[in-house]
Design a protein around this ligand. Structure first.
Ligand SMILES: Cc1cc2nc3c(=O)[nH]c(=O)nc-3n(C[C@H](O)[C@H](O)[C@H](O)COP(=O)(O)OP(=O)(O)OC[C@H]3O[C@@H](n4cnc5c(N)ncnc54)[C@H](O)[C@@H]3O)c2cc1C
Length: 326
């Protein structure tokens, strides 16, 4: 079925009316300002509820802020702009730099302004694989690389070749200038002047000089699970840039100067400046039990509910559907 990442009604217009049903009363706390929290808060507010949206960071967006650092995903910034605008327009009270704690439920009650329910949309964090040496300074999770908190060196191995591994490999191998129309044409061999036969020229594929390894434990072609329509582009792009994709890897140890691996019974040592973990995510749901113990109804939405396979489409849809279900 055709659908839309940011519009959960797309393709389901007869199931969900355009105008949000009115008359939802009371005050709701939405914890987390990622896609799940923004979508939940917006729909609750559209229905008439009073909504407080709490975000621990100084900006809304959650992991979507990382996604829009990836070449080709810059337009996600527009989704964030849309939400910021709509949340303001519908009167959602946004509390940035505010980490919500279970004790906030009792505090609101004591002030005589209790919450009716809490939507827990606290998202995900990178999983650190249990490899000896995973706490060495050369080892970093993908979020620190994409935020720029850690600047990686010229020789990097990425552990995990799923969607995030491919995106981080793209980010780290991207040659300066390829994001322009002219740069894109040159790299794919498209003749912008229309003077050459077939509209083709010899592709120019500059490198940014970084040596990159994209490693996965599974046997089989890395990137096999990427989207059907765009996966081939990502695989080809990284191949053109000389990224070495290696399947069937057993991780032996991270060492101060590199990574020891085994591939097909052969031990190898990759000399590296950094090892980046792109090896899955964990749900941020530890405080949920304490929250439930306060007696308030709690609903867990998005990556906080199930980290595996989470994307913005599911996070946004779940928030919307829950708010519509009340
Ligand atoms: C590199 C990369 C590329 C991606 N590309 C795509 C893509 O192309 N398409 C797609 O659909 N998805 C993509 N995603 C995935 C998408 O960004 C995530 O699935 C989505 O952001 C998950 O939404 P969420 O709201 O559940 O969680 P998150 O985005 O993790 O948001 C949770 C928020 O809750 C906040 N928080 C946590 N605890 C508290 C607390 N106690 N109090 C207050 N705030 C709290 C966090 O600070 C965070 O802002 C990508 C992700 C990455 C990293």
């Amino acid at each position: 079925m055709a659908g839309c990442v940011v519009n959960p009604r797309a393709g389901r217009e007869t199931e969900f009316t355009k105008a949000a049903p009115q008359g939802l009363e009371g005050r709701y706390a939405v914890v987390g300002g990622g896609p799940a929290g923004m979508s939940t808060a917006l729909e609750l507010a559209k229905r008439g509820a009073t909504v407080d949206l709490y975000e621990a960071q100084e900006k809304l967006g959650g992991q979507f802020l990382l996604a829009h650092q990836i070449p080709g995903k810059e337009e996600f910034a527009e989704t964030l702009r849309y939400y910021q605008h709509e949340l303001d327009r519908h009167g959602v009270r946004i509390h940035l730099g505010t980490r919500f704690e279970p004790t906030d439920v009792g505090a609101a009650q004591d002030k005589g302004d209790p919450f009716k329910a809490v939507a827990w949309c606290a998202g995900i964090r990178p999983r650190v694989p249990s490899i000896p040496g995973n706490d060495l300074p050369i080892a970093v999770p993908y979020d620190k690389v994409l935020t720029g908190e850690v600047e990686v060196g010229q020789r990097v191995a990425l552990i995990g070749a799923g969607g995030i591994g491919f995106d981080v490999a793209d980010f780290l191998s991207h040659p300066h200038g390829e994001e322009t129309v002219d740069g894109f044409r040159k790299s794919w061999g498209i003749d912008g002047t229309l003077e050459h036969d077939g509209g083709l020229i010899e592709p120019q594929r500059p490198s940014n000089g970084r040596t990159l390894y994209l490693l996965q434990r599974k046997e089989g072609k890395p990137g096999k699970g990427l989207g059907k329509t765009t996966g081939w582009i990502h695989r080809l792009t990284l191949r053109f840039r000389g990224v070495k994709a290696i399947p069937g890897v057993t991780y032996k140890a991270i060492e101060p100067t590199g990574l020891r691996i085994e591939v097909g019974d052969k031990e190898q040592f990759l000399e590296l400046d950094n090892v980046v973990f792109c090896s899955g995510q964990l749900s941020n749901n530890e405080p949920v039990a304490a929250l439930e113990a306060t007696g308030i109804p709690v609903t867990v939405i998005g990556g906080a509910k199930v980290a595996y396979g989470i994307d913005a489409e599911r996070a946004i849809r779940e928030g919307f559907e829950w708010a519509r279900s009340l």
